[in-house]
Design a protein around this ligand. Structure first.
Ligand code: SF4
Length: 367
C-alpha cells in the first residue's frame, strides 16, 4: 500500500501574475482584483471540502505569483491556511520582487511563512527585458533585505540558463550577482520553449544542447566553490537548507494540490485541477483523477528518486510497496550498475555521476 494517512505536504497554486513573462507556460492570468476575490471564494470552498490534515509538515504557495494579490487578499488566503500550520516546519512562498512590499512581507511572516523562493532568473538587463521581467539587481537586494527584516531568512533564488543569446560570461555574472544576495538555496533551470509562449511566437530559441550542457557543467563546478552542495538535478543548498517540500515530491510522498492549475497525489491516484480559472470558479471541487497502477507508482517513485543525488531510498520503496527495489528491478538495475550508470548500496539506489548526466536514458533502460 502507498501511505494510508492524509498527506503531510500541501501545494497551493495562486493563478495570478501582474504581468506575463515571455517564456512562461504555467497556469496563470493577469491579476484583476475582482477576479482574485472570486478565486478566494472558490478556494475557501475547496479547502473546507478537503478536510486537510491539520499536521502539515510543509506548505508551498506557488504560482503564478502569490504576492500579486493585494495585502487584503493575501491576508484572507493566509488566514484560510492558519488552521493547518501549527506543526509546519517549512512554509514557502514564491515571490517576484516587484510585487512585494513591507506590509506583505511582514504579513507573511506573521502567518508563519519562513521560506521565500524569489524569481531572480538572470541579472543581465537585456535578457530580463527580453523575458518580460520587471526587476533589476538593486530591486533584488531590496527584496532580500525586506525579507530578512521581517524574519524570513531561508531564501532561495531561481535562476535560468540557456536563454536566447546568453553567454557563459552572462551566466557567470548572474551566478555571482545571485551569490551577492547570500541565498541559502539556489534552483537553476534551463529554458524550454513551450508553444503558445511569446518566445515561441517570436521564434526565439534556447541555446544548443552542447552550450546548455557546458552551462550545466559550469554551474555544477562553480556552486560547490561557494559551499553549495547539489542534492537534486537542478537544486543546490548551503548546509541543511535543502527544500523539505520539494524533497517530498522526489521521495514520492503524497501531497495536496489545491486550486486551479495544481496537481496532487493521494494514495493510488493523482489528480489535476483545471488550468482554466473560469472552470475552477464554477466548480472548485472538480478534478481529473488519474488512477495509478502498482507498476506505474513504482516507476514514478524511481523516476523522481533518481533525480536526487542520494537516489531512491530502498527502505522507503520497501515500506511503500512491501517489495524490495532490487527484487523488482534487479535484472535491469544490475545491467546499469555493470555499465557504471547506477550504483546500489544497502540504503540507496542512485545514478552514478555519469548516469546522472544521461538520466533520461537510464530511466528508459530501467523501464
Ligand atoms: S511571474 Fe512566474 S508564473 Fe508569472 S508569468 Fe512570470 S514566470 Fe510565469
Amino acid at each position: 500500500m502507498i501511505q494510508n494517512n492524509k498527506p503531510l505536504y500541501l501545494y497551493l497554486h495562486v493563478p495570478f501574475c501582474r504581468t506575463i513573462c515571455s517564456y512562461c507556460d504555467f497556469a496563470h492570468c493577469v491579476y484583476q482584483e475582482s477576479l482574485a476575490d472570486q478565486w478566494l471564494d472558490a478556494l475557501q470552498k475547496e479547502i473546507e471540502y478537503k478536510e486537510i490534515n491539520p499536521h502539515l509538515r510543509t506548505i508551498y504557495l506557488g504560482g503564478g505569483t502569490p504576492t500579486s494579490l493585494s495585502c487584503r487578499q493575501l491576508e484572507r488566503l493566509l488566514k484560510m491556511l492558519d488552521p493547518y500550520r501549527s506543526e509546519t516546519e517549512e512554509y514557502t512562498v514564491e515571490i517576484n520582487p516587484e510585487t512585494l512590499d513591507d506590509a506583505k512581507a511582514s504579513l507573511m511572516a506573521s502567518h508563519g511563512i519562513n521560506r521565500a523562493s524569489v524569481g531572480f532568473q538572470t541579472s543581465n538587463p537585456e535578457l530580463l527585458k527580453l523575458m518580460g521581467r520587471h526587476h533589476d539587481l538593486p530591486m533584488m537586494h531590496q527584496t532580500v533585505e525586506r525579507l530578512h527584516r521581517c524574519g524570513i531568512h531561508n531564501i532561495s533564488l531561481d535562476l535560468m540558463y540557456s536563454l536566447p543569446g546568453q553567454t557563459m560570461a552572462d551566466l557567470a555574472q548572474s551566478i555571482q550577482d545571485a551569490l551577492s544576495l547570500q541565498p541559502v538555496h539556489l534552483s537553476l533551470y534551463s529554458l524550454t520553449i513551450e508553444p503558445h509562449t511569446l518566445f515561441a511566437k517570436k521564434d526565439l530559441h534556447h541555446l544548443s544542447d552542447d552550450a546548455e550542457a557546458d552551462m550545466y557543467e559550469s554551474i555544477e563546478k562553480t556552486l560547490p566553490q561557494y559551499g553549495f552542495h547539489q542534492y537534486e538535478i537542478s537544486n543546490f543548498a548551503l548546509g541543511d537548507h535543502e527544500s523539505i517540500h520539494n524533497k517530498a515530491y522526489w521521495n514520492y510522498q503524497d501531497f495536496y494540490g489545491i486550486s486551479a492549475g495544481a496537481s496532487g497525489k493521494e494514495g493510488w491516484h493523482r489528480y489535476d485541477h483545471t488550468r482554466i480559472l473560469a472552470e475552477y470558479l464554477k466548480d472548485p471541487l472538480k478534478t481529473q483523477d488519474i488512477p495509478l497502477s502498482r507498476k506505474e507508482a513504482m516507476f514514478e517513485m524511481i523516476m523522481m528518486g533518481l533525480r536526487l543525488k542520494c537516489g531512491v531510498s530502498r527502505k522507503l520503496f520497501a515500506e511503500t510497496f512491501q517489495e524490495e527495489i532490487m527484487d523488482v528491478y534487479g535484472e535491469k538495475a544490475e545491467k546499469l550498475i555493470d555499465q557504471g550508470l547506477l550504483e546500489a548500496d544497502p540504503l540507496y539506489l542512485k545514478a552514478s555521476d555519469r548516469g546522472y548526466e544521461i538520466l533520461n536514458t537510464v530511466l528508459v533502460d530501467l523501464m
